[in-house]
Design a binder for this molecule. Sequence first.
Ligand code: NAD
Length: 485
Amino acid sequence: MTNKTPITVARGDGIGPEIMDAALNILDAAGAALAIEEIAIGKAVFDKGFKSGIEDKSWDSLRRTRVFLKAPITTPQGGGFKSLNVTVRKQLGLFANVRPCVSYAPYVDTHHPNMDVVIVRENEEDLYGGIEYRHTQDVVESVKIISRPGCERIIRYAFEYARANGRKKVTCMSKDNIMKMADGLFHRVFEEIGAEYPEIEQNHMIIDIGSAKVAVQPHQFDVIVTENLYGDIISDIAAEITGSVGLGGSSNIGSDFGMFEAIHGSAPDIAGKGIANPSGLLLGSIMMLTHIGQNDVAERVHNAWLKTIEDGIHTGDIYRLGRSVEKVGTDGFAKAVIARIGSAPEKLRPVSYKGASAGSMKLPPLKARVTQVKSLAGVDIFVNWDGPAGKNGGGQLAAMIQPLVAPGLKLESIDNRGTRVWPDGLPETFCTDHWRLRLKGSGSLTHEQIIAQLNKFCAAKIDFIKVEHLYDFDGKPGYTAAQGE
Ligand code: NAD
């Protein structure tokens, strides 16, 4: 191969530099044609005062290459630091996180010898927006954002991935029995998009039972598509039960960028000892090779790696006396893989990347938005009030608020953390200092009416802390009722 593909490489923290050296040595020996640009990320950059863990000049390299092979970094706790991983995923629009979780029995200990699951995790939305507020002494809020285009892209990606990689089934996981709007949208879009892929078996599971099934019967699953937080948790469970978190690679894919990494962290407990398993990063690098079209090299590396595992050459995390043949360190493992380039496994199934592509799939454009009539039906005004916990606090607050309700509005209900406390509240309900007043109009409201209401509260020194509009779309409520309503 003559043309080298430019890629950006970061060696990261902890075991990062050791496993990156091992992975790059293997890629080089297998004939990968890469023009590497290195950038610094992680601790050294945080220490220089860059709160995001990446310097401004590094974005130029990423913009140029659009391919990022990244070792894990250590995220500093607290102190206003942002997660570099979340920053890079969001800034580069890497909406899909793909994590294949495969077991390698009998060579790596696992209770699930037939596991071969790919988790496709939404990567930009959900609670990972990091939009959080402290409203009162007692209450903080974390905002979960789910968008229709966000759902459509990730679900479409999961089906296209399944089609391109010969996968037979896609399972959607959400919690739409509780989050009827946010997770309900994810589930609904799954059904809409899924209808375009009739050849692929498809089902939906509630995330809690779905995670339990992944832990005990992973062979039931093929491709799983889910939201950001659920995907984060379930993919670590799935990776761990394959035998070691050190065996998981992942890709983060956007319409124009790809980032490839191991799923594990910087493992500070074993850093510098030369014993880390470089397999996760190597498997991430193999996904990168298919993304940039070097499928033949990807296949050579992957088969040499499988042969190494099959030959019992194992790092300490997967080494078992009596079953493994030789315990090696990071460098020894890389040398063993290099020595097997050109061979294929005899017992484990060899891989073939002919024609397959995990990353550079072109998705069809998003569906056109169907315009709906939006009308303002009411307003939720949240107030900070140190009323009595239980003992009809809702009733006392209602008595205080009723005389202050602006013309054209009606106080419909009061709740505390989503549980209705007026009218008909129960004295047993525990209440904090965070109350929601739901005010409705008889028809469509105006912004002026809401401002008039806020002015009245202002004059009466009601400590309102947040205002949330209640919209109907084509006459249907775009908001949920309080529990007990
Ligand atoms: P971790 O994944 O680093 O380590 C968990 C356990 O697995 C440790 O016992 C470790 O020794 C072991 N382990 C991990 N990778 C291994 C490998 N390749 N070979 C052998 N053993 C391995 O998780 P953690 O300890 O919770 O996090 C450490 C740091 O990594 C934290 O600062 C965290 O924020 C960060 N982190 C970074 C990323 C990333 O950069 N993508 C991902 C997760 C965590």
